[in-house]
Design a protein around this ligand. Structure first.
Ligand code: BGC
Length: 727
């Protein structure tokens, strides 16, 4: 039932390509702007201000007499969160708010398939509308700067292009269902440690080349209706009242006409926030909503002439514009939504199936032939643990969640004897805002290991389901280290000694150290937190019904000190300040430039079949600065199974007046090929996208000269390259 039907997906997402979905919010729509002005003209100051702050955890009041409905917001980003009480954080206890739960952000990015991001946006939009929500708080697109950031699992990648492609597709789809996104967290919320007090510093070049592009694409290409200002400070000012970020970049440069809201309790002032472009205050920790910065204090500030009324009107206009763009004033036209349909569950399955990354498969031990195997040991806490309801704000009350053990039992249990052993136990305890529960999470439990070794010896094949859980991958605290917790290294070592046919499945949303196990087991499959269909997808991947096609969206270091922020000692900063000294050398840009060999590189992932990339060429030898490079190659499935490969195009600029990363991703495409099939693909790169940001000139700059285009199937597996020149 959960078979991937590619044609279906392509049909489902086909409209994405036609660009039907919303373009950037513009003020050219005269009728809309007139309607907005007329509504504002009929409002009292108190009414205007009432639209600029919440009156409960997730709702903003409407103005009934003017036909303005209340605004309903919900988390995000990989499912519609269960209903929370209006005035406290407890769940409301609804019985109809169980939802579809997708694999979180890093898993989505690991598919390298924007069509799936689009499909996810459609599902989330439909479910949000069914729940009568107007804004879904996502996608989360902060750069994965350190392997330790607790929210890496919610974010997508260390690479701005991969983030941009996935975010734009997600946003267009979701907003096509009359629900606004909220792209978060604007900006540089790259750690959870001291997230509500840390001051982030980085060069203008790092800002432009690494940290801004995802947000820029979300606004200018995706047409995001709302953006969420992060908790932290940026260059000395809170993100929610940051003139440079909010007025200069977001409003002026990106032309953003939507709503800038705070993260929950991220507002710090009335006048400064109002003047620097914040529209909506959410989550402030004061039970009297009239006391919020954008409530009575704003009314007073206007009366005292400290905030011009035009500034308030601008905010109200932004809010009404988003309401109109999502058809809030035209309920007949508005998407009605649907919930928990088989198509929604299929979409969740497709993501989990396409996200898994096959890291190692010595002797082709995978896929497993369950028809020929008589007994199998399933070991590890993650074989039976459900993850959808963890991680804090992104937690989902999933309609169901299939665990790996359940799926394997159901699919193969009749023919294969399944011997389960716990292997290791969850020893950590999550406490919001603290990672102390992680400190004592390394106890080696020999009793559990002995039991696991026993079942391993009694079985033909062993699968260990290890990795992390949401005590580690979570909002509000960072991981303390990159280790596999709970003595898993020792468990896996002992099990592999007892039975060399040991496959390890890593369930985690952020990098973990695999150096203790790569030499000891033949196969490692990284299957992420897999959402509600996690078990079904992983069982189908292990059996070969689905061929792995995911690629790492981040570099997997051998050890933490290889990673740039840690090598340079600037994570999580000092005295509540952090300086991103690695600059533009984030992720693979650092590893490649510094010639450091990671455990597994960015863009890497194996398949049960083989691929060859040939005939790489560019359409010309030299280009002008406003031209587009059309590169071509053929890709062949050289094996005997259908599968998909991600063709990745990197560029390097060998001679330049400034340091450039060894290579940078500029285009990619996931290609599905039947066994033996060959396809020709074309990848486009604008010459303008070869530029670096010149800090002195405050402008993007493509220096004339040679550039090398490299094609491959990971950042460290380049099949061929072509040199072009730019004049
Ligand atoms: C998180 C946001 C989330 C909000 C509402 C905050 O703590 O940082 O991502 O959307 O809470 O739950």
């Amino acid at each position: 039932m959960k078979k991937i039907v590619w044609q279906l997906i392509l049909g489902f997402t086909g409209i994405m390509m036609t660009g039907i979905a919303n373009a950037q919010l513009v003020v050219k729509d005269k009728t809309r702007e007139e309607k907005i002005r007329s509504l504002i003209g009929r409002m009292t100051l108190a009414e205007k201000v009432s639209l600029l702050h919440a009156n409960s955890k997730f709702y903003v009041p409407g103005i009934e007499r003017l036909g303005i409905r209340e605004w309903a917001l919900s988390d995000g980003p990989h499912g519609v969160r269960a209903e929370i009480n209006r005035h406290n954080w407890a769940y409301a206890g609804w019985t109809n708010d169980s939802a579809t739960c997708f694999p979180p952000g890093t898993a989505l990015a690991a598919t390298w398939n924007p069509k799936l991001a689009y499909q996810r946006g459609i599902v989330l939009g439909e479910e949000a509308r069914f729940r009568k929500k107007d804004i879904l708080l996502g996608p989360g697109i902060n750069i994965i700067r350190s392997p330790l950031c607790g929210r890496n699992f919610e974010y997508m990648s260390e690479d701005p292009l991969l983030i941009s492609k996935m975010a734009v597709a997600y946003i267009k789809a979701l907003q096509s269902k009359d629900v606004a996104v909220s792209v978060k967290h604007w900006l540089a919320n790259n750690q959870e440690t001291h997230r509500d007090s840390v001051d982030v510093h980085m060069s203008e070049r790092a800002l432009r080349e690494i940290y801004l592009p995802g947000f820029k694409a979300s606004v200018t290409e995706g047409g995001a209706y709302t953006v969420m200002a992060a908790y932290n400070k940026f260059r000395g000012d809170w993100c929610s009242e940051n003139e440079y970020l909010n007025r200069e970049i977001l409003r002026k440069e990106f032309g953003f006409k939507g709503v800038l809201m705070t993260d929950w309790a991220a507002a710090h002032s009335t006048i400064k926030a109002a003047l620097t472009g914040l529209d909506l205050e959410m989550g402030t920790d004061k039970s009297d909503y009239n006391e919020w910065y954008f409530a009575n204090p704003l009314i007073s500030a206007v009366k005292e002439g400290k905030v011009p009324i035009a500034v308030v009107d601008e905010k109200v206009a932004n809010i009404l514009r988003v309401m109109m763009a999502t058809n809030m004033f035209d309920e007949k036209k508005r998407e009605k939504g649907k919930m928990n349909t088989p198509e929604h569950q299929q979409a969740a399955y497709n993501d989990a199936a396409e996200a898994a990354v096959l890291l190692q498969n010595n002797g082709n031990i995978l896929p497993l032939d369950f028809k020929a195997i008589k007994s199998i040991a399933i070991i590890g806490d993650n074989a039976t643990r459900r993850h959808c309801d963890g991680g804090l704000s992104s937690e989902i009350k999933s309609l169901y969640e299939i665990t790996p053990l359940e799926a394997i039992r159901k699919k193969f249990g009749a023919a294969v004897k399944i011997n389960f052993a716990q292997g290791y136990e969850k020893q950590s305890t999550f406490k919001e805002g603290s990672n102390t529960g992680q400190t004592s999470a390394n106890k080696i439990d020999w009793k559990l290991i002995d039991e696991a070794v026993k079942v391993a010896k009694e079985s033909e094949v062993v699968i260990v389901f290890g990795g992390l859980n949401h005590d580690f991958d979570t909002e509000s605290s960072d991981k303390q280290n990159m280790d596999l917790p709970y003595g898993q290294d020792v468990l896996i070592r002992e099990v592999a000694k007892a039975n060399p046919n040991t496959v390890v499945v890593i369930i985690a949303g952020s990098p973990v150290k695999l150096s203790g196990i790569v030499q000891r087991v033949p196969a490692i499959l990284w299957s992420w937190f897999g959402g509600m269909e996690a078990g079904n997808a992983v069982a189908d991947l292990l059996s070969g019904k689905v061929n792995p096609s995911g690629k790492l969206p981040f570099t997997l270091p051998v050890s933490l000190d290889q990673s740039p922020a840690h090598a340079l000692g600037n994570f999580p900063g000092r005295d509540l300040s952090v300086n991103y000294e690695e600059d533009i050398l984030v992720g693979y840009r650092w590893f490649d430039t510094k010639k450091i060999v990671p455990q597994f590189p960015f863009g890497y992932g194996l398949s049960y079949t083989g691929f060859s990339i040939n005939g790489f060429s560019a359409d010309k030898a030299s280009y002008g600065k406003d031209e587009t490079i059309h590169a071509k190659c053929t890709i062949k499935n050289t094996g005997s199974r259908d599968g998909a490969e991600v063709v990745q195009l990197y560029i390097s600029d060998p001679v330049c007046s400034v340091l450039r990363p060894e290579k940078e991703l500029k285009a990619f495409e996931k290609v599905f090929l039947h066994a033996g099939e060959t396809k020709t693909i074309e990848l486009e790169v604008k010459v303008a996208d070869l530029a670096f940001y010149n800090e002195e000139k405050k402008a993007w700059n493509v220096e004339a000269g040679e550039f090398v285009l490299q094609i491959g199937n990971s950042s460290r597996s380049i099949s061929s390259s072509v040199t072009i020149s730019v004049n």
